[in-house]
Write a protein that binds this ligand. Structure first.
Ligand code: ATP
Length: 229
């Protein structure tokens, strides 16, 4: 079993001291690990703690505490509700939020952020396997439609691979135009110059951008960051 921590940076007026949250999601063993008779080194002790024991015979174990721990049977909807739902609401209140999935290859970042498509499901929206990104989009558009406000939404999709930046929505193959700067006017922010920003009008627009971006990834591997602004 491996773990994939998902820290969430939040600016919350009411709780400004707690603007970063760290979650861990443990994925089930895959077929190869089962066939190889691998053993779990991580046990979910309760909703906040994992216990790591490198070998089953080890006497000593280390306990790590997080804001929330998701076990191997956790559902996409429950991860969304605990990790991202509040951030979407904060974005709608004018705050910037980032949801960042971190973990070694094969730990479940793509599964958590993007999700998968169940065979019998026609849209991202109804899909129980949809991850955090399509669920955020769904939530944002539903809320904005209910509030009947005028809005503009632009989407960028960026991959950081082997310390290089790739614009997944760019029509050109020349990635050298992408440059990363610290934003001197906003503390803690950065600017990616040259990054494509696509205007979107509906959930469907975003889902097709998501599909397009996924097809452009290097190796199908991602470093996932989902900035909500
Ligand atoms: N919570 C989960 N429940 C069931 N299967 C999962 C879960 N998390 C990951 N998997 C499965 O594990 C495999 C690896 O997951 P995934 O591709 O999301 O990893 P990753 O961290 O994005 O890897 P990489 O960095 O190489 O892109 C996939 O086949 C995925 O379906």
């Amino acid at each position: 079993m491996m773990s994939s921590p998902v820290p969430v940076r939040r600016k919350n007026k009411a709780n400004a001291s707690q603007n970063i949250k760290v979650f861990v999601r443990c994925r089930p063993m895959n077929a190869q690990e089962k066939a190889g008779k691998s053993h779990n080194i991580v046990t979910v002790q309760n909703s906040r703690e994992v216990v790591v024991k490198e070998r089953p015979t080890d006497k000593f174990a280390k306990t790590f505490t997080f804001d929330h721990v998701f076990g191997q049977d956790s559902k996409q909807i429950d991860v969304y509700k605990a990790v991202a739902k509040n951030s979407v609401e904060e974005v709608l209140n004018g705050f910037n939020c980032t949801i960042f999935a971190y973990g070694q290859t094969g730990t479940g970042k793509t599964f958590t952020m993007e999700g998968e498509r169940a065979l019998d499901s026609t849209t991202w929206e109804e899909d129980p396997l949809a991850g955090i990104i399509p669920r955020c989009v769904n939530h944002l558009f539903d809320e904005l439609r209910m509030q009947k406000v005028e809005f503009t939404m632009r989407v960028s999709f960026l991959e950081l691979y082997n310390e290089e930046l790739f614009d997944l929505l760019s029509a050109h193959d020349d990635f050298s135009k992408l440059r990363l700067y610290e934003d001197s006017t906003k503390k803690g922010s950065c600017i990616i110059q040259g990054l494509e920003e696509v205007l979107v009008r509906s959930k469907t627009d975003v889902y097709s951008i998501l599909e397009k971006g996924i097809h452009s990834t290097t190796n199908g591997s991602h470093s996932y960051e989902c900035p909500l602004q």
